[in-house]
Design a protein around this ligand. Structure first.
Ligand code: BJW
Length: 234
């Protein structure tokens, strides 16, 4: 694999997991269809109706755990790209995903940040401790640290909350010479602005998507992530 770039940041969105069977957010049959965003993806929505929000995430957690939901060729190609970078001196790689599924790690990615949280984790609202969690959660579920009911919330970044590991992401964007965005509509900030940060300091920016999103990347490659990403990496 020839690698003309030394510092690569890849940003992924729901489009990379679409071919694995996980619905994207903003397509016509998208997840939000049956729920208003404010109801299920804001702290205010959770405070108003925790049962509804827990049920929404319970349903998505159980979908993710179905056996037919697996990483696809795009996830695998990004893990290979990371491995190739790790074999070369003075090369670095960071994968930043907005996705809350676990398909990147299942494909072998290790240098990975889940900036919008993780579906298979819950957080104690009192201590802030984070736990792996695969079972349904309800308002009676007992927290593992404080042994109290009602203190658990999904470990998900909702609208109005600060995305995770922003310092590490910003630092990587400041020094990258290639930014690739795969399968994201570019409608949600701060991720939607990453390509501008990278471009400002001279990085080449590439968008891989089914269709144009209107964002002004240097290069656009249109097609299915499962085809385009492996082609690009090899
Ligand atoms: C394929 C494909 C295939 C399909 N192959 N491609 C006004 C202006 C600017 C900002 C704001 C504003 N008002 C409020 C804000 C801030 C707000 C925001 O951005 N709102 C916008 C809606 C305007 N953002 C926030 O609140 C964030 N926090 C924040 O800003 O904190 C302050 C801060 C300040 C300074 C620095 C840092 C922080 C938090 C955002 C949290 C987002 N959370 C969600 C929900 C998580 C919960 C859950 O999963 O249930 O995260 S929203 C949802 O959107 C989810 C996703 O990660 C995120 C992005 O969606 P994504 O991945 O792009 O998916 P889609 O469906 O939109 O697009 C899929 C794409 O794939 C499409 O383009 C398809 O074409 C393509 N595709 N199949 C290739 N096979």
């Amino acid at each position: 694999m020839s690698l003309p770039y030394r510092s690569i940041v890849v940003l992924t969105g729901a489009g990379i997991s679409a071919e694995s069977g996980i619905q994207t957010f903003r397509s016509a049959d998208g997840l939000w269809e049956n729920h208003r965003i404010e109801e299920v993806a804001t702290p205010e929505g959770f405070a108003a109706n925790p049962v509804l929000v827990h049920n929404f995430y319970n349903q998505r957690r159980s979908q993710l755990l179905q056996t037919h939901i697996r990483p696809n060729a795009a996830h695998t190609a990004l893990a290979k790209l990371e491995y190739a970078c790790s074999q070369l001196p003075d090369h670095e790689f960071l994968l930043v995903t907005q996705n809350v599924d676990n398909l990147h790690e299942r494909a072998g990615s290790e240098r990975l940040i889940h900036m919008h949280g993780e579906l298979l984790k819950v957080r104690c609202m009192v201590s802030g401790l984070i736990f792996e969690h695969r079972e349904p959660v309800n308002i009676d579920s007992e927290c593992r640290c404080c042994r109290q009911p009602g203190n658990l919330r999904p470990h998900i970044v909702w609208f109005g909350e600060m995305p995770l590991e922003m310092n590490l992401i910003e630092a990587a964007l400041q020094r990258c010479d290639l930014l690739i965005a795969v399968g994201t509509s570019g409608q949600v900030y701060p991720a939607a602005g990453f390509y501008q940060t990278a471009r400002r300091q001279g990085a080449h920016t590439i968008e891989i998507n089914l269709e144009t999103t209107g964002s002004e990347f240097d290069e656009h490659i249109y097609g299915l992530a499962s085809t385009v990403v492996p082609d690009f990496v090899e």
